[in-house]
Design a protein around this ligand. Structure first.
Ligand SMILES: Cc1ncc(COP(=O)(O)O)c(C=O)c1O
Length: 465
């Protein structure tokens, strides 16, 4: 069992990044936009990566017709029963709707979530704190579990806001970035074992399952192994299950219980409730006293989760199962279209491997779970993913997330739940044309806006204007 408030002071995983003033390529360019305030701002925030979603939105701004496969969102609204509940509450306007609610969340929602955790996730002996989304849940945990100097593990490529949460609460010093196996893109648990059995074991290990940004799903065995390793080392294991419902081709999602395991969940994606800001932390009662520590952070950041949103979440949870299942099932053509759009990257990787270059396995991954595919750009684009994203917007009217935002320059992430079927098919067609041109023309395409390999760019660029 893990002692609460028993801070260990372990060495740092990575040297503090130098101050960055914007510009330049690669991962460093994400960090620390220039700030000219009269007084100085914190080194922690200066050293925090710039928000990539804000950045891609700025790149698309003013360009009509760009189709975004960038931000991880779904195209459907909340279940009808949940919206009806919101209307009913707004019409009757009970005073309790407008005041601060209980810090941990509405009792009726927490009770329903405890039951859901037991019945659907197999989590016994857990309590729940409702948060303003899984992102806030994660910040709560970083603040409650880690002191400056405590090491924590994220796997590369990582979910950008996880890295940012560590950076802005004490810089990058305590982060160790674990590799993923190149062929499967699953977290390398042999590496994790060495870290946890080493001289300077991490205090917190984070796994996103299924994964943002790769779209790769962990097996039960993977999760169990990570649980056993962390428990033996006295480390926390944080499982981010934001995409638990998004599992494809018969795969099952596996949350896991244990005295050192904290599970995070979100209403944003499956229930189409991104803007309502509801997520939750399931924490083990065996970690005695953890709830009181989490409450300090909760009381200071949101005070309480949004009340109306929690009522909507409760109605979604109790009456929205079919809505979620049918919308996720309807993603099949989107998923197939984006997989096909990335085929030029797979072909380029095969050609590169045949010529003695990097192995092809794992060059295009994902689609197992969550709402993402992950692709490696052809040789010559290793540090140029941001330029590629900008070029795709301008030339082909389609937007992706650059891998450098996730610690993996030379890669891109494509989301397949943002757009309804027809729009997604059009975005996929544009993406495929753009990637074909990149693969055929190489980096010169970026400079000239031309290059070999096929038409369509003009039409795409026109559509995007
Ligand atoms: C892995 C992961 N965790 C958390 C979040 C944030 O979810 P929420 O909207 O509940 O804050 C996201 C959103 O993209 C995510 O991909």
């Amino acid at each position: 069992m893990i002692a609460i408030g028993n801070a260990s002071s372990l060495g740092s995983a990575r040297p503090r990044s130098p101050p960055v003033s914007g510009g330049g390529g690669g991962a460093g360019a994400q960090r620390g936009a220039r700030c000219r305030a009269a007084a100085t701002v914190s080194r922690r925030v200066l050293d925090t990566d710039a928000p990539v979603i804000v950045k891609t939105k700025a790149m698309m701004a003013g360009r009509e017709g760009v189709l975004s496969l960038a931000q991880g969102i779904v195209f459907w609204p909340p279940p009808p029963a949940a919206l009806a509940r919101a209307s009913e509450l707004l019409a009757s306007s009970p005073p309790s709707l407008h005041g601060y609610g209980p810090a941990e969340g509405l009792p009726e929602l927490r009770a329903a979530l405890r039951e859901k955790l037991r019945a659907e996730n197999g989590l016994e002996g857990y309590d729940v704190m409702v948060t303003a989304g899984a992102n806030q849940a994660f910040v709560n945990l970083v603040l409650a579990l880690c002191d400056a100097g405590d090491r924590a593990v994220l796997f590369r490529p990582w979910y950008f806001n996880h890295a940012m949460a560590f950076q802005m609460t004490g810089g990058a010093d305590r982060l160790a970035f674990g590799p993923c196996c190149p062929a499967t893109l699953k977290p390398d648990l042999d590496w994790l074992q060495r870290e946890l059995e080493g001289r300077d074991p991490p205090k917190m290990v984070v796994l996103v399952n299924p994964c943002n940004p790769t779209g790769v799903a962990l097996s039960k065995g993977d999760v169990e192994r990570a649980a056993a390793l962390t428990q033996r080392a006295g480390a926390w294991l944080v499982l981010d299950n934001t995409y638990e419902q998004f599992m494809f081709e018969g795969r099952r999602h596996h949350a896991l219980g244990g005295p050192n395991i904290i599970n995070l969940f979100s209403f944003s994606k499956a229930y189409g409730m991104m803007g309502y800001r509801v997520g939750y932390i399931a924490w083990p009662l065996a970690a005695e006293g953890l709830g009181a520590q989490l409450l300090k952070v909760q009381d200071t950041i949101p005070i309480c989760p949004p009340t109306l949103s929690q009522h909507v979440a409760l109605a979604a949870l109790t009456g929205g199962g079919d809505w979620v299942r049918s919308n996720i099932a309807a993603l099949a053509p989107n998923r197939a279209a984006i997989a096909d759009a990335l085929s030029p990257l797979a072909a380029a990787a095969e050609a590169e491997a045949a010529a003695g270059g990097r192995p092809a396995a794992g060059a295009v991954a994902g689609g197992e779970g969550a709402i993402y595919f992950w692709g490696r750009l052809p040789a010559g684009f290793e540090e140029r993913d941001e330029e590629v994203v900008e070029w795709l917007i301008k030339q082909h009217g389609v937007c992706l997330i650059p891998g450098s935002a996730c610690g993996a320059p030379g890669h891109v992430r494509a989301a397949f739940a943002n757009l309804e079927r027809d729009a997604c098919a059009e975005a996929a067609a544009r993406l495929k044309r753009g990637l074909r041109r990149l693969a055929a023309g190489g980096p010169a395409v970026l400079a000239g806006g031309g290059g070999g390999g096929g038409g369509g760019a003009g039409a795409d660029a026109h559509a995007a204007r």
